[in-house]
Ligand binder design. Structure first.
Ligand code: BGC
Length: 495
């Protein structure tokens, strides 16, 4: 277990019963280099199974995004980002200068009630936000057909680039009547009802957007990842390696972005080291049995895992942490998000005074020093496990493709804000791929995961631009209505 460094060095003050619990947690949460390799090898097989005719557990969705940008794309596009937390509308102008763009944007809160409301409410709200944006930024202008890249960050089956049958909601969404249906017609109907001058050009996953946006400025990017509320990756495959599309007789050398939807990895529980806490998270979620990998690594679940462990230790007669304290706040599901263990890991003080105050303010619990030390170690264990497991996915894509070097564009709250996530991931890549001793530090590594450009904004705009360019060149794979798409090129602005 030498790869996990404990920042506290020793647990001298920690009573024996708590030490036993820390040992137990380490056994549950530490993923050894051998296990990482085993998971990666299984992951490679599952990526391949997802592309096969029979299909597999990981959806490996073809996205009909069929080119990487060359930096010279131009035009003005709308981008709509419906992630997990906010809704964002952007207007992006890809300028003449290579790799550059102008952007204006507005953010709207995605009300919690909407996530379990009705489909009509959802699409009505989304269209209202677009309407507000247009009215605010284009008051009294007579616009015609602004092309839109819609980043819809859920698993969707796409027969065309402007089509997407929602396979299942993830990230805690639970809206009736959307799963199994194409999300585009009700979305377009809501636009029409409001007479909005917008035409959907591309439905985009955030991972594909991230890959494309990063490739706009860095041609060595081959993978896009989101480590955020949810977790997933996209990469460029060649059509010849996608047996499930063989019937379409596409040129085998054509590139096609695959949205892996790797959150579903190991739903059959063959290889991931699940703990009793992972099992509870899954059982209590709106979609038990789905997104097994995601539930161990994504931001939505890290705070909840942390909470479940603490609650269990409180109830455990052998150690009983927080004895005599009011734990009603700790009993509330999802009362802690991933920023909670992240902040604990960031506490710079030896006596963990910031952690003490945080736990007091958030949970109303006055924790003892040994309890604080246990929480610090637990935060490290949960955060480290997430970083190491996600590295298996990145390594698996690279192994499958035979890529020994590349850049990976990454975005999401966990990647950007969870302490040490990047360097822990790099260390895991080194262990999996047997890099030399001086590698795996997160800088100048053969495979390097770097902060991405704005995938859901610029990425979505670029995918719309690339799609229109493809139609202009007469390449119609994944294009439902070439004529309608042609009308969008170039975007027309009446006086
Ligand atoms: C969704 C993916 C998305 C990921 C990151 C997952 O829950 O299924 O489509 O890319 O979250 O946002």
């Amino acid at each position: 277990m030498s790869e996990i460094t404990c920042t506290l060095g020793s647990f001298a003050d920690v009573p024996k019963d708590l030490l036993t619990q820390i040992d137990r947690l380490e056994e549950l949460f530490v993923v050894t280099p051998e296990k990482l390799k085993e998971i990666t090898d299984h992951f490679v097989k599952e990526l391949e199974r997802g592309l096969s005719k029979e299909g597999g557990t990981i959806p490996m969705n073809p996205t009909w995004c069929m080119a990487l940008p060359d930096g010279h794309e131009t035009g003005t596009f709308l981008a709509l980002d419906m992630g997990g937390t906010n809704l964002r509308v952007c207007e992006i102008t890809l300028t003449e200068a290579a790799g550059e763009f102008d952007i204006i944007q507005s953010k709207y809160r995605l009300p919690e009630e909407l996530k379990s409301g009705t489909a009509d409410e959802l699409w009505g709200y989304v269209a209202d936000c677009l309407q507000q944006f247009i009215e605010y930024h284009h008051e009294n202008e007579d616009l015609d057909h602004l092309p839109l890249g819609f980043t819809f960050s859920y698993p969707a089956t796409q027969d065309y680039i402007d089509h997407g049958v929602l396979q299942r909601w993830t990230k805690g969404f639970d809206i009736d009547g959307v799963e199994g249906k194409d999300v585009v017609p009700p979305f377009e109907a809501a636009l029409r009802e409001r007479n909005l001058p917008i035409k959907l050009a591309a439905l985009v996953n955030d991972t594909t957007g991230t890959m494309i946006a990063s490739a706009y400025t860095d041609p060595t990017v081959k993978i896009g990842c989101i480590f955020g509320t949810g977790c997933n990756a996209a990469y460029m495959e060649d059509c010849g390696s996608i047996p499930k599309l063989a019937h379409m007789n596409l040129d085998p050398s054509l590139p096609l972005a695959i949205n892996c939807e790797w959150g579903a990895f190991d739903n059959e529980h063959q290889v991931l080291p699940r703990t009793p806490y992972d099992i509870i998270v899954d059982k209590e979620s709106p979609r038990p049995g789905q997104q097994s990998f995601e539930k161990m690594v994504a931001g939505l679940y890290l705070g909840e895992l942390f909470r479940l462990v603490l609650l269990d230790l409180h109830q455990n007669p052998d150690c009983q942490i927080f004895e005599g304290q009011n734990i009603s706040k700790l009993q509330k599901p999802y009362s802690l998000d991933s920023s909670f263990p992240a902040a604990i890991e960031e506490d710079p003080f030896e006596n963990l005074s910031e952690t003490h105050d945080l736990v007091q303010n958030k949970l109303g619990i006055a924790a003892t020093k040994p309890e604080l030390e246990l929480m610090r170690r637990l935060a490290e264990l949960i955060g480290t496990r997430a970083a190491r497991l996600t590295a298996c996915g990145v390594a698996a894509i690279c192994k499958k493709k035979g890529w020994e070097t590349c850049h990976v564009g990454a975005d999401g709250s966990v990647f950007n804000k969870y302490p040490h996530f990047k360097v822990r991931g790099a260390q895991a890549l080194k262990e999996i791929l047997d890099w030399p001793a001086d590698k795996g530090k997160g800088k100048n590594d053969p495979i390097e995961i770097l902060p991405a450009e704005d995938g859901s904004g610029v990425g979505a705009a670029l995918i719309a631009a690339l799609t229109m360019k493809r139609v202009q060149q007469g390449q119609y794979a994944g294009i439902r209505d070439p004529e309608a798409m042609l009308k969008l090129c170039p975007p027309v602005k009446k006086a």
